[in-house]
Design a protein around this ligand. Structure first.
Ligand SMILES: Cc1cc2nc3c(=O)[nH]c(=O)nc-3n(C[C@H](O)[C@H](O)[C@H](O)COP(=O)(O)O)c2cc1C
Length: 202
């Protein structure tokens, strides 16, 4: 009997160590969630002239799936060119200058959110500088931050660690998708979003 009990204790201990999903999948159901994103319409790489930005499409899918509120980061004085090539040049100059463009509006009751998704296009392996304006204007203590990125080949780059550095918050695994898939193959995009969210416990 004693031997049986010690074997049983051993097996239970091994099982509790070797099940990584138990720790990973938190209960996200009762948390208050927000999706904050930046996204650009106009001419974009590989999709032509778009009236709804690639990141915006994914942001809305996440908000719908998780019943989160949505907040779009917009510039107070938006002088970004509509043409893609010109935009890339302006964006690179802003990145080099570590610009912090002024943004409009603010989230009502930011303090009340437990989980904040941060969505961004990959601009020169970074976020548009306006995302830093938003991040630096808020207190991230106690929040879980979940990044998602649309791109045309660079994936997440080091955007999650840049967000981690800027917020100091606890991070969950990020999501990346090609902008043209978000724009032109919504069924595929939604399937990928849902699978990722499931892994995170949503
Ligand atoms: C200024 C600028 C810089 C970009 N830099 C990159 C890059 O470094 N790597 C990459 O994969 N895609 C890059 N892209 C492509 C965008 O990440 C991609 O088209 C994204 O889906 C755009 O999202 P949006 O429509 O939500 O703004 C860049 C696009 C722009 C406009």
């Amino acid at each position: 009997m004693k031997k049986f009990l010690s074997i049983f204790t051993l097996i239970t201990a091994i099982l509790s160590i070797s099940n990584p999903f138990q720790a990973e999948a938190k209960n996200m159901e009762n948390t208050k969630k927000l999706v904050v994103y930046f996204s650009k319409t106009g001419e974009q790489y590989s999709v032509g002239n778009i009236t709804e930005g690639n990141t915006a499409i994914i942001a809305k899918m996440i908000a719908e799936q998780t019943k989160a509120d949505l907040f779009e980061v917009k510039l107070k004085n938006d002088t970004y060119p509509a043409a893609y090539k010109a935009l890339t040049e302006v964006a690179l100059a802003e990145k080099k200058a570590a610009a912090r463009p002024e943004i409009v509006d603010d989230v009502a009751d930011f303090a009340g959110y437990d989980v904040v998704f941060i969505g961004t296009p990959n601009w020169w392996a970074d976020m548009p500088m306006a995302m830093y304006s938003f991040i630096e204007a808020h207190d991230w203590k106690g929040k879980t931050v979940i990044p998602f990125v649309t791109h045309e080949g660079s994936g997440l780059s080091s955007i999650p660690s840049k967000i981690k550095n800027a917020t100091g918050a606890e991070m969950a695994d990020g999501f990346e998708i090609y902008g043209h898939v978000a724009q032109n193959d919504r069924e595929q995009a939604k399937e990928e979003v849902v699978n990722w969210l499931k892994k995170l416990g949503f």
